[in-house]
Design a protein. Sequence first.
Length: 461
Amino acid sequence: MTKIFQNSLLQRKTRYQLLATVIVNIIMFGHGVGVGWLSPTLTKIQSPNSPLDFVVNIDEISWLGSMLGLGSLCGNLIMALLLERAGRKFCIYLMAIPNACLWILIYCASHVGYLYAARFLCGFTGGAGYVVIPIFISEVADSSIRGALSSMVMLSVNLGILAGYILSTYLPYHIVPFLGILLPISYFLANCLLPETPPYLLKRSQLSAAEKSFRYYRNLREETAADISKCKFEELRTAVLAQQVQNTTTALSYRDLITKPALKSFGAAAVLCMGYQFSGVFSFINYMSDIFASSGSVLDVNTCTIIIGVVQIVGVYTSTIFVDIVGRRLLMLMSTLGVGLGCIAFGCFTHFAGIYDLSEFNWLPLVLMVLIVYLGNIGLIGIFFLVLVELFPSKIRSLATSISVIFLSLLVFCTLKLFPLFLHFLGISITMWFSAVSGLLTFVYFLLFLPETKGKSMIED
């Protein structure tokens, strides 16, 4: 028991960092519920007993999926503009509004346009959150636990996806929005407890508020800790001031984006984004019920989908445990190689199942998808945003991260729009083999070029 409480996340000095991480991730849990809601709901609204007064066709289903990417793109752009101007806390509060509105639209849906708008707002919440929350966490967390706390972003999303799968499978369509809207409300209220991040306040020359925030997140409140707090705060202040002086004397320009370290970082980020999307893991999550229906599995598709939701959580939790122990690079290599090989096996099974009688192996699609999703979540999904933020030099980090997330959102739109069309017109085998090739190419690039970023300072290059 003593060893458990000696874990860095449970130490006294990191208690409020963990609390802040949990609170800001309520909205990411809510975003996950919105993402997970779609897969079982598609099965419902395409059935004769649809709870809606309108029907949807394959083209409208592809738009329902892809609107997530357009919303994410808008969320990226707006938060990139507001993050430094309005502050982290303002952006965090702002995300509650679209997340609440999406559930109102889902409840009131009388036309497919309402569902498009709801998915757009779901994507907006996620796109905004993927920009704001990793930066917020990196600015309040100790470097020793930054990896574990940052990976909780995707853990929260996956918990939400599982909740979305379960709620939309077992509850009536019009009951789910009443539960979903409670999340942004509780998130907004809970964030009233948290101060702005110390680095941002220092950049705004609010020294008193910055020191108070620093003491809060380091849990340094007693007088006996005053000297320690002052010393550590001065170190942070000096680092932020040095960065500001450097940025003032050498203002950010396009030349900073084309230096050798910057270009290497952009190259790694581009491959990371393409590997994340073209390996198909995120598309699998959004269309899981349709994948199992296409694979020939005789198991209940919604039950399989819920099992996959549990596996996602186990995968991301695994990354949370090991990311600060074995590093980022090893997890990424294991993830991309595993996804590539798993997709090859899944595609081969569905291909030969159409030729031979493989009914005695109808459990195999579930096992293979469990493997693919687990390995995808220990790296490509679980620590994606952590690695993305850590790749870039500090001077261009905010701008470069925003550019990369915008690129990712465009890829999300494309892959979610094309994936159901690929399934429908090309079949599941070719779709899975395409994902396998993408995963394996990403593995080769990471093996040769991806740097290890464990322990990298967020203030200094």
